[in-house]
Design a protein around this ligand. Structure first.
Ligand code: SF4
Length: 346
């Protein structure tokens, strides 16, 4: 028998009115503010997003500003948040909003879905929080809470399970749609938490919770395991000459597309091996170790070994741009993947 989500609406809203989180983007939930915050919050923790959100809106306070910003500026503002296509898509969508909707972000869920980078969850969040439309916003957190409530063993990594949940919730989202969606988000973040035991004793919905009733809250939700990630070994070279550092732009497509990076070679090399390569090519160098570091992407892991290579003269290669440390800091968006090394030079 299916679970009746209608009964959770009232207790959830009264809990939210007293316990909802106070977050910068909730102070003035315009469509643009909701949109920027939701895109930032995908795959990133709330605490980490606060500063980025503030800085982004100071630099680009209106959708028109985002539409007209340079790619380097938006990437710099996003530096460290990862998944850079999110901000690129947001800019494409901003251009459409300016061109086709006179700068006004559409209120309609279906129209929002036609904008680049806006999926069901973000469309639901903008439409409900900023415009009060009665639509749900379902992401992994919401699914976790709902599957525990209903005591369901459905696999939440399946698209169909998500779609079914959207359909079920659409029936029950109340007039205070934005508050309802944010209440579920908050319950998922504060009480019905992902990693570790949910705080059922403090939960306003404990009376209605099938998982708690059957003592299976720690088993749910079910999420099929992903394929193991591919591991790539890399040797990262911080080439340095007279206070300048060599960087190069990554390809326009693929992982970290179009971002700046330090030169690297495939595979793990030792200091001795590197010294040999440079000396065979006639370069006088002083090499020091910068340590190992791992960066995890969704499908790939980079296992990196870094070296600082001091040169007497710059290696002139078409792909290299030599920049001063302060330029690197202010203008060039170097992905977080290289953080272990960036930290040592900036
Ligand atoms: S009672 Fe426990 S498992 Fe059920 S919704 Fe509340 S926190 Fe989650």
């Amino acid at each position: 028998m299916s679970y009746n989500f209608r009964k959770i609406v009232k207790p959830l809203l009264s809990w939210y009115d007293k316990n909802g989180r106070s977050l910068p983007w909730r102070e003035e939930p315009t469509p643009y503010h909701v949109w920027v915050s939701e895109i930032m919050l995908q795959q990133t923790r709330v605490e980490a997003v606060r500063e980025y959100y503030k800085r982004f809106l100071e630099a680009l306070p209106r959708v028109e500003d985002l539409a007209n910003a340079s790619e380097d500026e938006i990437l710099k503002l996003w530096e460290g948040l990862g998944y850079y296509n999110r901000v690129r898509n947001m800019q494409l969508a901003a251009k459409t909003v300016v061109k086709e909707y006179d700068g006004k972000i559409p209120a309609d869920y279906e129209v929002l879905l036609t904008l680049k980078g806006i999926g069901n969850y973000t469309a639901g969040a903008i439409s409900s929080i900023a415009y009060g439309k009665q639509v749900p916003a379902v992401d992994g957190n919401v699914l976790r809470v709902m599957k525990r409530l209903s005591g369901s063993y459905d696999d939440i990594s399946k698209d169909k399970v998500k779609k079914d949940m959207e359909r079920e919730l659409r029936e029950v989202v109340p007039k205070r749609a934005g508050a309802f969606n944010q209440a579920v988000m908050d319950l998922g973040a504060m009480i019905c938490i992902p990693n570790g035991e949910p705080l059922c004793d403090k939960c306003p919905l404990k009376k209605f919770c099938e998982a708690r009733k059957h003592g299976i809250q720690n088993e749910l939700p079910i999420k099929a395991k992903k394929k193991p990630r591919k591991i790539e070994e890399k040797t990262i070279l911080i080439l340095e000459c007279d206070g300048n550092i060599a960087v190069r732009k990554r390809a326009a497509k693929g992982l970290l597309a179009g971002l700046w990076e330090f030169p690297s070679v495939e595979g793990k090399m030792s200091k001795k091996e590197l010294e040999k390569v440079f000396s065979e090519e006639g370069w006088q160098v002083e090499i020091s170790e910068m340590g190992e570091s791992i960066h995890i992407f969704s499908h790939i892991e980079w296992h990196m070994t870094g070296f600082r290579v001091k040169l007497k003269e710059q290696i002139r290669k078409e792909e290299y741009t030599w920049v001063s440390v302060s330029e690197l800091k202010e203008k060039y968006a170097i992905p977080t993947a290289f953080q272990a090394y960036t930290k040592q030079i900036l």
